[in-house]
Design a protein around this ligand. Structure first.
Ligand code: GDP
Length: 364
């Protein structure tokens, strides 16, 4: 299900998807895991992943995404075994409002790269599914040619109750995809909520897709997102839109000049593209490669990755502590009682939190 708001105006529109081919169909992998009630052969799966087998990769990702407790341990083992073979890809985040052309653009760029001999994986983080149960990006791939290309692997957003949970699964999936030999990883997200910050924290290069003439407000793009962008692409620069796109390019270039210099010492570019006419895609790729060599030269590439790894460690700790705290039986019982006291004004939120934490940590 797609959200409708903002979509009927100007060039913003969303297209329907196609069914997933079986190699990327997570349900097929789920059925596989359920049907064969045998023990999961971790070593075999890892060997097949390292061999670039997309079906085994899909199965392993399904294990990562599974909420079944018996899947967690094999999933962790697979990740640990794949880690030594990971890290060698360029991780690219792509964001923009629904209808801006993310899927079409990724498909155009993806086909271009696949034809150059690259192997690319397209993952997604969909912040809507945890809020409404529906999804903006949809559970169908909209990248028809790319999903049929042997050099490409497309996986829709994992579902999850928190963005943190979804993000963790995606991070683990990146490791597996890299171990399977994918040298370019795209992570797509919708320009709403917190998901851009999440995606930004797991990629090397962050690309913002925009439209000319739609207005920043309409596109819901916050200044903070523009500040995070390593480049902006104005998509749909075709037909009658070209002149407007050129004007928008100048405006965004001026806007970006006002931002303080970034730690990477990279000056974000503004580029024009037409995903449907296949123009500008090569320039975007050239820019990403330039960014890679620029930041590898000045060491920012590694600084950023190391920072992301540390962040990941702390995030995992916080996630586990939080889960453990809220799953704790005593906490569950006490929390209701204290919530009521807080609402009735009998206790301050701080005192209630302190009491719950003291109980949990045993310093009563
Ligand atoms: P997403 O929601 O951001 O993934 O957007 P989609 O890729 O689904 O594209 C939304 C609509 O815009 C579709 O009807 C596309 O055909 C159309 N579209 C995407 N890119 C372009 C483009 O470069 N030019 C034009 N004219 N239309 C485009």
């Amino acid at each position: 299900m797609k959200k409708k708001e903002n979509i009927d105006i100007t060039a913003l529109k969303v297209m329907k998807g196609i069914e997933m081919p079986s190699s990327v169909d997570e349900n097929a992998a789920k059925r596989f895991l359920q049907k064969k009630r045998r023990n999961i052969d971790v070593n075999l799966l890892v060997a097949e992943i390292l061999d670039g087998n997309k079906t085994s990769l899909s199965t392993a990702i399904t294990l990562i995404e599974s909420v079944h407790p018996k899947h967690r341990q094999p999933a962790e083992e697979i990740i640990e075994k794949c880690i030594p073979f990971s890290g060698k890809s360029i991780r690219i985040g792509i964001t923009g409002v629904p209808g801006v052309g993310k899927s079409t653009f990724i498909e155009a760029l993806g086909m271009y790269l696949a034809n150059l001999g690259h192997r690319l994986a397209v993952l997604a983080i969909d912040p809507s599914s945890q809020q409404s149960g529906g999804s903006i990006l949809g559970d169908k791939t909209r990248m028809e040619s790319l999903s049929a290309n042997q050099n490409a692997f497309i996986r829709p957003s994992p579902s999850g109750s928190t963005l943190g949970g979804v993000a963790r699964k995606t991070r683990e999936t990146v490791i597996l995809c890299e171990a399977a030999g994918f040298d370019i990883i795209f992570i797509e997200t919708v320009g709403v909520g917190q998901s851009e910050t999440t995606v930004h924290s797991m990629v090397d290069f962050f690309l913002l897709l925009m439209l000319a003439g739609a207005g920043d407000e309409l596109q819901g793009i916050k200044r903070g997102i523009m500040e995070m962008a390593d480049s902006i692409v104005i998509n749909k620069a075709d037909g009658e839109n070209i002149r407007k796109a050129e004007m928008a390019k100048r405006q965004y270039q001026n806007a970006l000049h006002l931002f303080p210099p970034t730690e990477s010492e990279w000056y974000p570019r503004v580029m024009l593209a037409s995903a449907t006419k296949n123009t500008g895609v090569d320039l975007v790729w050239k820019t990403i490669l330039e960014y890679e060599s620029h930041t590898k030269n000045n060491k920012f590439w590694n600084i950023n990755r190391n920072r992301q790894a540390k962040y990941r460690m702390h995030e995992t700790i916080i996630d586990s502590l939080k889960n453990n705290f809220y799953q704790n039986h005593e906490t569950k019982v006490k929390i209701k009682e204290l919530e009521e006291k807080v609402v009735d004004g009998k206790m301050s939120p701080f005192a209630a939190a302190k009491q719950l934490l003291d109980n949990y940590f045993g310093n009563k």
